[in-house]
Design a protein around this ligand. Structure first.
Ligand code: NAP
Length: 302
């Protein structure tokens, strides 16, 4: 299959591009910066353009069999109004331009996978959250809702749209683990606030397998939770990561007020969470290779 990817230079984009190319797919990666390190493969082509701006790249995007839309300014920044605008615009404008690219092509089925996050659900305490649950009201929830609504517009042009509600991705070369592991290795890790908040996560290999599964099962569409079937509380994450790294369980949590003081509104991402379940994947027979956090962490950092 010929697959067009935005955000392919990022943490998820890099391992996904590599894995898809390994499976024999041809990948066109759109990046704003050709100087970034990209996975090397004769089946990976890099195209330089800014996806938030319209351009000749849109015609090329529309000529593919599938689009995977991952581009977006990192949410791991202090959320000033300027940063919030960049987080929002980078995702909404990119998605809008991709949908416009689809509107310009001749009718033929195309798979459109657009990233979103479990942040869509907002903060709903201990409730289990699956694909039929509604959105929350905080900044990330409103962002994810707007991002999804923009992507769904591609259905009008004959695309099969999958809204990828991704949990926190645990992988070898970036993401949350790259931030946490060095701290825990120096015995500086700790649970956050009450430690009761839920953490919905996914191993990078299962994330790749989900994309492959969805490419093979075109009848699945709409929102799909890309999360492992066993979300954990922050306290259990702390406990499991310490155990896997053979470090003592950190005695003191980082107090909520300190995180709020340092991170402002974005501290919510760490102090609150979602208990998301991959209901659609499980009911359609997807098998997780890393269903529990302990198995995933042993594989990645054990
Ligand atoms: N990682 C996670 O745990 C996680 C969880 C849930 C959802 N997600 C979502 O999945 C997507 C990929 O995540 P990731 O962790 O791989 O992100 P990442 O490492 O930050 O990469 C995102 C990519 O987006 C592009 N980008 C950055 N700023 C941009 C801007 N202002 N305008 C247009 N493009 C921009 C960059 O590509 P170029 O510089 O090459 O253009 C970058 O490589 C993101 O949208 C993220 O919100 C991630």
């Amino acid at each position: 299959m010929r697959i067009f990817l935005t955000g392919g230079s990022g943490f998820i984009g890099r391992f996904l591009t590599f894995a898809l190319a390994e499976q024999g797919h041809e990948i066109t990666v759109l990046s704003r910066n050709l100087k970034k390190p990209f996975p090397f493969s004769p089946r990976v082509f890099i195209l330089e353009a800014d996806p938030t701006k319209t351009g000749a790249w849109q015609k090329i995007a529309g000529d593919h069999d599938a689009i995977i839309n991952l581009a977006g300014f990192s949410i791991f920044n202090r959320w000033t109004e300027k940063v919030k605008k960049e987080i929002f615009d980078s995702r909404i404008l990119t998605t809008k331009n991709l949908v416009e690219a689809l509107s310009q092509r001749e009718q033929k089925k195309i798979h459109f996978f657009s990233a979103s996050g479990v942040g869509y659900y907002g903060f709903q305490g201990d409730n289990f959250l699956d694909e039929i649950d509604g959105p929350g009201y905080d900044f990330l929830a409103r962002l994810a809702s707007a991002w999804e609504q923009t992507a769904v517009a591609a259905e009008k042009f004959g695309a099969r749209v999958v809204l990828c509600r991704i949990g926190i991705v645990l992988g070898r070369n970036g993401g949350a683990l790259a931030r946490l592991t060095p701290l825990f290795k120096c015995c500086l890790g700790a649970s956050l606030g009450s430690g009761k908040q839920w953490f919905s996560w996914i191993h990078e290999q299962d994330l790749t397998n989900i994309f492959l599964f969805l490419l093979e099962n075109p009848e699945l569409e709409g929102p799909v939770n890309f999360t492992a079937p066993n979300p954990v509380r922050n306290r259990e994450l702390t406990q499991t990561l310490s155990a896997v790294l053979h470090k003592p369980y950190p005695p003191l949590p980082i107090p909520e007020f300190l995180l709020r003081l340092t991170l402002g509104e974005s501290a919510d991402m760490l102090l609150k969470g979602q208990r998301a379940l991959p209901k659609k994947l499980l009911s359609n027979g997807f098998l997780f290779k890393f269903p529990t956090l302990s198995i995933a962490l042993h594989d990645l950092v054990g």
